[in-house]
Design a binder for this molecule. Sequence first.
Ligand code: UTP
Length: 481
Amino acid sequence: MARDNTDGTLLRGGSEYKQCLARAQAARQGHIFRWWDQLDAAGREKLLRQTASVDFQLVSDLAARHLGAGPEKFSGTIGLARVIPLPRTEEQFAERRRMAALGADAIARGEVALFIVAGGQGSRLKFDPPKGTFPICPITDKSLFHLFAEKLTATSRRCGVTIPLYIMTSTINNAATVEFFEINEYFGLGRENVMFVVQGMLPTLDASGKLILKRKDELFLSPNGHGGSITALKQGGALADMRRRGIRHISYHQVDNALVNSIDPVFIGYHVAAGAEMSLKVAQKRDAEEGLGVVGNVDGKLTVIEYSDLAPELMHTRRPDGSLLYGAGNIAIHILDVNFVERLNQAGSGLPWHVATKAVPFIDDSGKLVKPDKPNGIKFEMFVFDALPQAQAAVILESEREEEFAPVKNKHGQDSAATAKQALTNCYGRWLKQAGVEVPFDGEGNVDGKIEISPLFALDPEELAAKVSPDLKFTGELLLE
Ligand code: UTP
């Protein structure tokens, strides 16, 4: 028997190594094995495992297409999309109530699941653990995952049905995310009703198209974008699980929106009534430069144009009344039909790739780790909203951003944990005010103090009004659990 080492692992590594090296060299990426002789058995195993997962053909194609090309700015003609506006007339309010009833029926029939995408790197937040574990509740410091789980439990109880939860992670944070749910006993959702799917990863390239190594034995891999969820749902077995459970509609949101209405009967109602395959919520952009994609009509199809792809002159175009012409910002809350996701998978997801440049650590020619200040790495990502043009019918629903959108993106400043916590307090403050409770707001709509209302106490202002007395005194801090 041939032996190239006394260690069985390395024997296996020997033949695998030759194969992986040949594949890498054929793709002009042989440099990833330059430190091979210095690696121990575990390091070799790791590098081989990673290399085996790389689709070198895809990487070459992406490099050929995107390197040196600069960001592709969309500059074609964008027609206005039909957006269902916020209700203002009695008729519109009545329609929303009808839709809420329709949506509640679909939930009660067990046709709706929740899907949270949580595979991102969360680099701007500078918080190492998975973002969903971030303590967000203003008083109790409950995490984002805990808050979403309580919303799910409250909705399940209200509709008399078990709503399953699917979470997309990546190899970066899967183990820590699963462990967090384990430690917290799945927040009472039941382990059997929570499923994790792990998304695909892609190598990050330098400016010359070479794969970046972050250690001698490790490639710098990045998750393939939230658009990777389409194939991850299929490959991770979630679509099959949904079919078994009779799920037809997937309520999708990101892990970092503290105000999200995870399962919104109104939204589901509109989606079902229109026979839509994919729907999305929009909110008016804060300003022209806010990093939200905008919805428009391109070549007769509803399309989201990512903010980084929108030409500045279009981004800043205003109507005569001063409002932004392309002001309907995508707040990343969608409904996707199970059949639609299946269909997308038959076409290999069919989503286009986008390029992002980021500052990523790498090892230099002497093997030393360098942490650059400037972007040096080219990442490729798919965006889930690029599925929209493929939907045969779609609904775009306008939402009140103060009620539904508080992203936790940055460590400080706008869209940070501080602004999201304030947004939660303000939202609960408005609910209390509607219930007749006196709450002090400043001129900018901020409550001076902290308020936290658990979804298990009240899921919406109506439920709250039925439970609290207008005589309730707010003395600067109020927790309702
Ligand atoms: P962002 O684009 O805001 O990225 O993701 P991020 O990883 O959270 O943060 P930065 O850009 O590194 O600071 C929006 C949502 O999409 C998910 C994220 O977890 C978040 O819920 N996402 C993003 C994925 O699930 N996978 C990805 O590959 C990228």
